[in-house]
Design a protein around this ligand. Sequence first.
Ligand SMILES: Nc1ncnc2c1ncn2[C@@H]1O[C@H](COP(=O)(O)OP(=O)(O)OP(=O)(O)O)[C@@H](O)[C@H]1O
Ligand SMILES: [Mg+2]
Length: 325
Amino acid sequence: MPIIEVKNLSKSYEYYRQESGLMGAVKSFFARETLYAEAVKGINFSIEEGELVGFLGPNGAGKTTTLKMLSGILYPTSGDARVLGFKPTDRKKEYQRQFALVMGQKNQLVADLPAMESFILNKEIYEVSDNDFKKTLNELVDVLDIGNILDIQTRKLSLGQRMKCELAAALIHSPKVLFLDEPTIGLDVVAQKNIRDFLKRYNKEKKTTIILTSHYMEDIKDLCRRVIIINLGKVIYDGAIDELIKKHAPYKLLKITFDENGIRRDQVEKYGEVLEFSSYRAVIKVARGDAKKVAIALLSSPLPVDDILIDEVDIDDVIRKVFGK
Ligand SMILES: Nc1ncnc2c1ncn2[C@@H]1O[C@H](COP(=O)(O)OP(=O)(O)OP(=O)(O)O)[C@@H](O)[C@H]1O
Ligand SMILES: [Mg+2]
């Protein structure tokens, strides 16, 4: 049975337009015009135990709204969501104990408390036994390397340090399902990689089912084999990331370096579309099936080739292309 099952899930937000100025405010107070924003429009997917699925889409696509519905924070307008067999909006204690939601945009730790205090708070809320708490905490502190910052007020931590503590706090009760909404947002590349490495390892060891949203393609490429892409509240792709690339990027990149003799642009133009060029380096785009053939042709040509790398096109571009449809 799938761990997460979403059927025809929809959410429209009700909001009010307010006219500008004081008179506008007064007027709107008495006669407000109700407007609806259809954020999620009948989406379907199911996720099996232990999967780490990337949930992608441009700003405003409906990702956060969906994760909030799966966490029981928001009521769907229609449709059905089940996680671990529970209906999230029932807000059953048994469900609360088995999932966690981490939002990179929002502090969940109390700013004036050191992280350790929040961990203890969560231990109490989720009724984690002393033994389990000690064991889980030790593991998390070790893998996330946060031993030396546990006693510092969270508002004094760097963004990366804070995010590590947020993750640890969310995992104190060893949830079976984890919703991560942009956990690496705003972090530098090193901190991003730390979080990624942690998530990869955690998912592998604990078999935790994870849905991850991120606008950083490195995160997605590195962590997810499957992606669900939504745009304007609808699922437009659900499948393997490799298939997505194959389907929407029927070409590969040859990244060629030349020795100190260098070359001219016209010498590589006949091999494919030149995307980047300098005398010592060229990037050319060739049909997926021709990549090897062209590489061999280059190596056996009189050109002073030093090295050739056959690479996938940037997944960022592929996804943008999919959004464009
Ligand atoms: N409280 C709200 N009231 C009215 N409309 C809302 C509310 N929250 C979100 N929306 C609208 O719902 C749509 C989906 O928003 P959502 O936050 O789910 O997008 P997202 O995919 O998470 O985007 P991002 O990548 O920017 O985080 C947007 O058009 C947004 O303006
Ligand atoms: Mg969002």
